[in-house]
Ligand binder design. Sequence first.
Ligand code: MG
Length: 443
Amino acid sequence: MSKYFGTNGVRGKFDKVNPELALALAKAIGEYFKRGKIIVARDGRLTGETLKNAVVAGLMGVGCEVVDMGVAPSPVAEFLIKKLKADGAVIITASHNPPEYNGIKVIDGKTISVSRERGEEIEKLMGKTENASWNKVGEFCKCGDFVREYLDAVKKNVDVEKIRKRKPKLVLDCGNGTAPIIAPVLFRELGCDVILMNEEVNGRFPGRPSEPTKENIKELLKKVPEEKADMGIAWDGDCDRVVLVDEKGEFVIGDRVFALCTLLKLQEKKGDIVTTVATSRAIEDIAKKFGVKVRYTKIGAPYLSEEMAKGGAVIGGEEVGGIIIPEISLAKDGFSSIAKIVEALSEKKLSGWLKEIPSYANVKEKIPADDIGKKEIVEKMKRYAKENKLNFIGIDGVRINFDDGWIIVRASGTEDYVRIFAEAKTEEKAKELLEEYKKIILG
Ligand code: MG
C-alpha cells in the first residue's frame, strides 16, 4: 500500500504535507523522471510557496532542470509539458479541498497523472536518492508567457468568428482559485461579454468553498438570470473541474456538462468515449446515437488519462465535471472543454442544448464497513450478478446495467464505507433500485 499517494497524488493538511515531505518526495520524483526536465506550478494556497520551494530544491538537488510557472491552473501546466518537451510536472495543489489542505500532484511526460500504483514506485525511491555532484545540480528558469501559448491552443479548437458574432454574456465564478489567470482573458478574446465573481486568487477562499457544488455556487445561480447572462461557469480551485449554470439560473451538474461536451464533440468527430464506471447512462445513450463505443475505467483521473493514451478516443471525462480534450492534453481541463460549449451557444441557448441530453435521476448512499466488510460486500454483489447472468462491469466495484438504469456498489478507497449509487429514469425508480440492492448485499 502506498503511504502518501492517493488516487491522484499526495494530499493532506500542512502537518502532513509539509516542506520536509515535499523535499523528500521531490528527490524521489526527480529520480523517477530520470533527473530530466520538470515543470513546477502551484495553486494560490497559503502553504503553496513554501511547498513549491521545497519541491524545487529537491528536484534541482538531484539534477533536474526546473521550469517554474509560479501560480497557474493545473490544466495549463499539464498542457505545457508537451510544448516544453518536459519529462513531467509537479503541481502543488489541493484541488477542491478546504484552504488548510495542500497536495503534490505528479504528471508524466505524456500528461498522465501518477496513480496510486505508480506513486508507490516513487515512494520506494524516497530516502534512497543521492544528490547530484556540485557541478551537476539542476538549472532553474522562470516559465515564459504560458498564458499566451495556452490561449492560442484553445482558440485553435473553436470557431472564434462564430462566437464573436453571437457575443454571449458569461458570468465567471473563479472561486478565488487559479481560474482568473486564464478565464477572463480567454473568454474576452473569444468575444464574450464577461462578468467576474471571486476573481482574486486567494488561498483563504473568502468568496466560496473551492468545490463547485450547487450549494457553494448559490451566488452565481442568482447572478446569471439577474444579469440576463447566457451562462455561468464555476471552477474548482485548480480548474480541472467545471460546472455550469444555464440562462435561467439552473445548476448544471458536472455529469451533464461532460455529456454536453461529448455530444458537441461527436457532432464534429466520431470516436470512442472514455469515462469512469460512475458516469451517467446519458453517455451510453449519446454513444449509441452516434454509433461509437464507451470505454469504462476505474474511478480516478489517472485511469482516465491512461485509457485515453491508448488512442482512438475523442473525449474523456468523469461525473464531477472533469473533461479531457485530447487536442490539448490527456489531463482534465476546465477551460478548453467549456470553450466548445460557448461556441455552441450561437446555435441554441444552454437550456435548449441540455434538452438534447437524456435526463436521469440518481440516489447515493453509504454503508459503513471496515476493509474486510467492504471486500465481502463487493464480492457478494459480483457473485449475485454472475449467478443471475446480469450485465455488469467489475473493474472498480460492481456496476450492474439494466435497460433503463444501473447501480454501482464500490468500496471507498479512503474511508470505511461501501458506496452505492443508483441511476434510473425517475428518482422513485432509482430509490427502488437502491433499496432492492441494499437488501441483497446486506441480507
Ligand atoms: Mg481539481
